[in-house]
Design a protein around this ligand. Sequence first.
Ligand SMILES: NC(=O)c1ccc[n+]([C@@H]2O[C@H](COP(=O)([O-])OP(=O)(O)OC[C@H]3O[C@@H](n4cnc5c(N)ncnc54)[C@H](O)[C@@H]3O)[C@@H](O)[C@H]2O)c1
Ligand SMILES: [Zn+2]
Ligand SMILES: [Zn+2]
Length: 389
Amino acid sequence: MRALTWQGVNELSVETVPDPTVQSPTDMLVRVVRTVSCGSDLHLLGGYIPFMRAGDVIGHEFVGEVVEVGADVRRHRVGDRVVMSSFIACGRCWYCRHEEFSLCDNTNTNPAITEALWGFSPGGCFGYSHAMGGNAGSHAEYVRVPMADHTAFTIPDAVSYERALFASDSVATAWTGVELGGVAPGDVVAIWGAGAVGQMAARVAQLVGAERVLVIDRVPERLEQVRRYVGAETIDYSTQHVGSELLEATGGRGPDVCIEAVGMEAHAPGPDFLYDQVKQQLRLQTDRPTALREAVYQCRKGGTVFVLGVFAGVVDKFPVGAMMNKGLTVRGAQMHGPRYIPRILERMERGEIVTEHLATHVMPLEEAPHGYELFKDKKDGCVRAVFTP
Ligand SMILES: NC(=O)c1ccc[n+]([C@@H]2O[C@H](COP(=O)([O-])OP(=O)(O)OC[C@H]3O[C@@H](n4cnc5c(N)ncnc54)[C@H](O)[C@@H]3O)[C@@H](O)[C@H]2O)c1
Ligand SMILES: [Zn+2]
Ligand SMILES: [Zn+2]
């Protein structure tokens, strides 16, 4: 089959790779109908997650049709339309029973790397390096879906593949941040990053009753989407002062919940950008935490900062003094897809979550390297590139 492969830093190519097969009775095979690029893939592309091998198939957000099921798969049948959680869940371990699915103890088949890095290993993910299990990714014609009963969800007839695609990861990520960040009715929520994750975090915050939601970025087309399709307020950090705007919006108190949806490749207009970039390039820190620092400073006393953006290792100049003295709660998580996908599909069916505008560029899989170029450089208003194998 054809698949998009990582060949080296900033080097992608579509190649012919071996067809996947059912390897265990709990596996199924899915013919990919749509798969979408994600900000997380940019971290792989840029070489910031150093556990890739040439030839690895990337991609972790996808929908498709079931073409073969293993003997123990109960919830899915050949022909079903399904959306997969980007993180694979066994459904049985202690973490899965506590609905912390991305922390699954059984699905990262290569836990040694992350145990050495972080003390314990999170679960496995599709197409996200050998540190996350080395599973083949979704930018391909077919994908082997392990633990299919817990990782895949039937798409209701009334929800299109185009919309359901974003339940796979970005909306589920958004819901993880909003729920575990404790967003409550009446809250003011500030979100850094107007990519698909930040936009959907804004939408989910509205759905759970936030009174005001403000999204911070500098890319005009993305900020325009936030206003037009999400109906949230925006702050353009290249022309506005983020701190003053947030104080103004909260009567001087600061946002109750600050969600960081930017991650390790954050940009900054000031001199700290150069500082962070040089340190990252020299491997003196693995990540650039610009937006994270700002969220910690701007959050109200006693508020919560939730880190949805992906970070890999250690950062410099983390404002631990502000965190401690202001009594902040700082949390983060990879998304717990299986916990949120069923309710997201219901909301999608009712038209309460729309995602079509995020798919700014739809193209055949063969053109995926070009799609990634547009997405990485945010050219031509690209918010997400969608591939149709
Ligand atoms: N936790 C999870 O499970 C999970 C799942 C999916 C994605 N992610 C991560 O979430 C982050 C966002 O994903 P995405 O697909 O929306 O990515 P994206 O690259 O499309 O969007 C990131 C946005 O952040 C903006 N940005 C950069 N620096 C900023 C700053 N200092 N202040 C405000 N905005 C800034 C960029 O302009 C861009 O619009 C990435 O780090 C991704 O890896 C995490
Ligand atoms: Zn993703
Ligand atoms: Zn598990």
